[in-house]
Design a protein around this ligand. Structure first.
Ligand SMILES: *Cc1c(COP(=O)(O)O)cnc(C)c1O
Length: 389
């Protein structure tokens, strides 16, 4: 029995306790942070300020400061961060939103839920990030926004995307759910467009102790609108029942906010550890598989370490047989997701996203992973290729 309440994670990752090297686990971190997390939760309970209490404001300020952003708007999840950002941008029926074909489902479902038309674009085959030229080609007179995903803890080729977006008057919404702390030309992911959307799902680089998310933006008026939208379109205090617009109910929970304050100071160290693990993998696997490639001037923070090989399934089987957990991000590209009908497409529409879905394999990467464990994974992968795959 897990006692950390992370049922969905446990199910998705398989029974990691039987694994020699788990794909992901919070067990090792929970031991270290349990007292701090418990104290933070108790303080919220004792404060009785459970909804939009001081803990939320503190976390919003701290996250915005950590990212050098003007405002943080806490919401219920990364998905809701996208939804609220799109609503604040006035996206709805008649608008087109461009999204990469290779990402998590929420990147595309959020604009669709608002009645916008979604246009998928292929990714760069080296970096797996949105291909700026494909983005340019997908633009129509109806294009209002682009959701740029900073995938796997890296950043998209923002300089080129920003130039194209500016030329066409297109709003940039950054889906930085996987890239807390990553940088492009020195700028933090999530601070290079209209706004940045973060998820604090337990596997992300900054995690809450349940679902949570945040939007960061430098746009004062947009921040104000986002605060209204997340809380039924109404203000706080006296303005609580004065509804200015159609909002939703998706506030950052005070308990999650308090948990974020416990973890936030550790993130720089954890990200450096992820980078060290990635460097060790890159050393050990060079020449055997396609390794992660960053766009120029990026500092990736490896929320995932994703390799590619045509022998993906056999390699995965081999590693599994030796107790190494792996995952596939993502087995189905967005334009082939049934749930995105009728905006989805056909096989062949975005060949590089499709190829990535067939060949990508995520190896274990989390801060508490030891060098010995990384070496074990590398050794087992080398063994697979030595024996002819
Ligand atoms: C995790 C994730 C989300 C959604 O976050 P939730 O908090 O699970 O709603 C959105 N986009 C990307 C790219 C993600 O990885």
């Amino acid at each position: 029995m897990r006692r950390d309440g992370l049922g969905p994670v446990a199910i998705r990752q398989g029974n990691h306790n039987s694994m020699k090297v788990p794909f992901f686990t919070l067990d090792r971190q929970t031991h270290v942070l349990r007292d701090d997390l418990s104290r933070a939760v108790s303080e919220v309970i004792d404060s009785t300020k459970l909804i939009l209490g001081p803990a939320v404001g503190e976390a919003e300020r701290a996250v915005a400061d950590a990212l050098d952003a003007g405002h943080g708007i806490g919401v219920g999840s990364g998905t809701d961060a996208l939804l609220v950002a799109l609503m604040a941008a006035g996206i709805g029926p008649g608008a087109e939103v461009i999204v990469p074909a290779y990402s998590f489902f929420a990147t595309a479902s959020s604009p669709m839920r608002l009645g916008a038309r979604v246009r998928f674009v292929d990714v760069d085959f080296q970096t797996l990030q949105m291909d700026p030229e494909a983005f340019r080609r997908a633009i129509t007179p109806a294009t209002r926004a682009v959701i740029v995903v900073h995938l796997f803890g890296d950043c998209a080729d923002m300089l080129r995307i920003q130039t194209i977006a500016a030329d066409h008057g297109i709003l940039i919404i950054e889906d930085a759910a996987q890239s807390f702390g990553a940088r492009h030309r020195g700028r933090p992911a999530g601070t290079m467009g209209f706004c940045g959307c973060f998820s604090f799902y337990p596997t992300k680089n900054l995690a809450a102790i349940g679902d949570a998310g945040m939007i960061v933006t430098n746009d004062d008026a947009a921040a104000e609108r986002m605060r209204l939208i997340r809380a039924q379109g109404a203000g706080t205090g006296q303005a609580r029942y004065d509804h200015q617009l159609l909002g939703i109910c998706s506030r950052l929970d005070s308990i999650q906010a308090a948990a974020l304050m416990v973890r936030l100071p550790h993130v720089p160290d954890w990200n450096r550890r992820r980078q060290a693990i990635a460097a060790r993998y890159i050393d050990g696997l060079a020449g055997l598989v396609a390794l992660p490639v960053s766009a120029p001037d990026n500092d990736p923070v490896y929320n995932q370490f994703v390799i590619r090989t045509p022998e993906r399934d056999a390699l995965r089987e081999h590693l599994m047989g030796h107790g190494v957990g792996t995952e596939i991000y993502y087995p189905i590209p967005l334009h082939l997701q049934t749930g995105l009908a009728p905006m989805n497409g056909e096989v062949g529409d975005h060949p590089r996203a499709e190829e990535a879905s067939r060949t990508s394999l995520a190896l274990p990467v989390f801060p508490e992973l030891t060098d010995d464990e990384v070496d074990y994974v590398v050794g087992k992968a080398r063994e697979f290729f030595r024996s002819g795959g």
